[in-house]
Write a protein that binds this ligand. Structure first.
Ligand code: C2E
Ligand code: MG
Ligand code: MG
Ligand code: MG
Length: 290
């Protein structure tokens, strides 16, 4: 909680430095203020299991810009990275995610859901990353086993040993770790032998190609099998059609995420969606009277 404040105070200083040494960036300055102005929002996209039950959500960042409207993360995260604002932004995301899990913990249905948070490589490498995560978990008294961190293969450009050690310490607290966008990085597969992971998220490009060619199908099948053989939970991202779902289910995939099951939505909409889906499953089919 403190680190957010510190980051906020540092923010002006960081930007001043940036302006000294690099070209001025309007968006970076605005980003810095956006967090404090409450313009950032987390959206929630459902993740379902192999029988169709909502198992959890992925938290996805949105910037509600007062003039430009909603800006997707692909447009501002690179700016934040470059301006050194990821500790501020990522810290806000983690805190907000833990706060959401705390709210959910009071509800009989929502309290069972996991929440996955994207963590950029630069954010993960920061000295205080681990302690800030644990600080939020403690502050909001949430169950760490419901929190998942999504890392990408870009964490592997750094020294593997300290990265592995950090992942292991986090996992020892009950937090789980997913490897996001699996297969799209440039790393060698050998890291899979060493990375302490719970879940592999198969990138949506593979899902898309799975029904477009025989090679696309063979590739995704083999990737899913690899994940299963290594003992990971395998989740397929970007499922848009029933045919893609059926194919990935047939491959043995454990979990699914994509527009077919729900777009990223605001917390209130997500909660209503879960209640409705759960209610629909729990209620017996209505008896038709005449
Ligand atoms: P990601 O972590 O791989 O998240 C999945 C992205 O795929 C999301 O885009 C989601 O809206 C989109 N998506 C989900 N289902 C479908 C589908 O069926 N079809 C298609 N075409 N797309 C689908 P979004 O929200 O724009 O986020 C893009 C990326 O930005 C994320 O990819 C993640 O790498 C990054 N990001 C988002 N939020 C955060 C955050 O809080 N921190 C960090 N470090 N990165 C974030
Ligand atoms: Mg999960
Ligand atoms: Mg992700
Ligand atoms: Mg992904």
């Amino acid at each position: 909680v403190n680190s957010i404040l510190t980051a906020g105070i540092l923010c002006g200083g960081i930007y001043a430095l940036q302006r000294e040494f690099t070209r001025p960036k309007g968006l970076a300055l605005e980003l810095c203020n956006a967090v404090h102005r409450g313009e950032m929002q987390l959206y929630f996209q459902p993740q379902i299991d192999d029988v169709g039950t909502i198992h959890g959500a992925e938290a996805l960042l949105r910037w509600q810009h007062p003039q430009r409207g909603q800006i997707p993360p692909g447009d501002f995260i690179p700016v934040a990275e470059e301006a050194g604002l990821m500790p501020l932004l990522g810290g806000w995301v983690l805190k907000e995610a833990c706060r959401t899990l705390a709210i959910w913990s009071d509800d009989p249905v929502l309290s069972k859901l996991t929440l996955a948070v994207n963590v950029s490589a630069s954010q993960f490498q920061i000295e205080g990353f681990e302690s800030s995560v644990l600080e939020y978990v403690g502050f909001y008294r949430i169950d760490p086993t419901l929190l998942q961190l999504e890392l990408t293969e870009s964490v592997l450009v750094h020294d593997l040993a300290p990265t592995v050690a950090k992942m292991e310490r986090l996992r020892a607290t009950g937090i789980s770790i997913a490897l996001d966008d699996f297969g799209t990085g440039y790393s060698s597969l050998s890291y899979l032998r060493r990375l302490p992971l719970d879940q592999l998220k198969i990138d949506r490009s593979f899902v898309k190609e799975s029904l477009e060619s025989e090679r696309g199908a063979a590739l995704v099948k083999s990737i899913v099998q690899l994940g299963i053989d290594l003992g990971f939970v395998v989740l397929a991202e970007g499922i848009e059609t029933p045919a893609q779902h059926a194919f990935l289910l047939d491959c043995g995939c454990h979990e699914f995420q994509g527009y077919l099951f729900g777009r990223p939505m605001r917390e209130t909409d997500f909660a209503a969606h879960v209640q409705q889906a759960t209610g629909a499953a729990a209620q017996p089919a209505p008896v038709r009277s005449r």
